[in-house]
Design a protein around this ligand. Structure first.
Ligand code: SAM
Length: 236
């Protein structure tokens, strides 16, 4: 549900999501809320009761747009910086829904009665404010569709950042030497056990540096403590 569905449409026509649409794994419908405005100027926003800056999205066009997709009884996600914080487990939860209805705010946001009547979720993509709900909706769409069965192989998903509470290890590709920097020897060794241990140690090290909050919540096994210590003793 958006006043600017064209912002979202382009996203569905490129790269992996376009292929997922072609294969029938994902379906998308953009709904232009303005089509449901009832006055001759197709007004969708109005001044806030009680005063204050900015405009608020009116409830009637949004309600009619939501009714057009029979939103009641479905998972209806309203994008809002005042919502519950989105993360990987929230994405996994949304990916289990057969259908999601995403409501994009603009200006100061949407009339509270729409939230009270239709929303099952009020979701924030982070502790900052963007000006368009469409941008926030795309973050949700992108994080969710890739978890849909058949879109991306399981192995890639299992090793990603945030899947098991740690950040991902660093990646390298050809060439072996770039700007006098070599690919770490272990990755060229062909020894899969050593590679796995090195990657785990790197995950732990990176999480400790970049996200001490996540690291504090993670309980290392004795083996992981040993691998991390070895990595740091090697001067990495
Ligand atoms: N007045 C609102 C507030 O302070 O909470 C901010 C409105 S913002 C300028 C316009 C729209 O962008 C919102 O209605 C929402 O749909 C979207 N938006 C902005 N930041 C967001 C965030 N962090 N998460 C989700 N949606 C966001």
């Amino acid at each position: 549900m958006s006043l600017f569905p064209e912002i979202v449409e382009g996203f569905f026509s490129a790269s992996i999501i376009a292929k997922s649409v072609q294969k029938g794994l994902v379906e998308y419908q953009g709904v232009q809320v303005r089509d449901f405005a009832f006055d001759k100027h197709r007004t969708c926003d109005d001044y806030p009761y009680g005063g204050g800056a900015g405009m608020v999205l009116k409830p009637e066009p949004l309600a009619a747009a939501l009714d057009s997709v029979e939103a009641k009884g479905k998972r209806v996600v309203v994008l809002s910086p005042a919502g519950r914080l989105f993360d990987q487990s929230y994405a996994a939860d949304l990916a289990r829904a057969e259908e999601l209805v995403l409501v994009c705010g603009r200006y100061e946001g949407i009339d509270q009665r729409i939230l009270d009547t239709y929303a099952t979720d009020e979701v924030s993509i982070g502790d900052y404010v963007v000006s368009s709900g469409e941008v926030a909706a795309l973050v949700i769409v992108d994080a969710v569709y890739r978890l849909v069965e058949g879109v991306i192989n399981r192995e890639s998903l299992e090793e990603e950042s945030h899947t098991d509470g740690l950040l991902e290890y660093p990646h390298y590709t050809r060439p072996e030497n770039y700007l006098d920097k070599n690919v770490p020897d272990v990755l060229l060794s062909g020894n899969h056990r050593f590679i796995r241990q090195w990657r785990r140690a790197k995950q732990l090290q990176k999480t400790r540096i970049n996200r001490p909050d996540l690291f504090a919540r993670y309980t290392m096994t004795d083996e992981e403590k040993k691998w991390l210590k070895e990595l740091e003793e090697q001067g990495e």
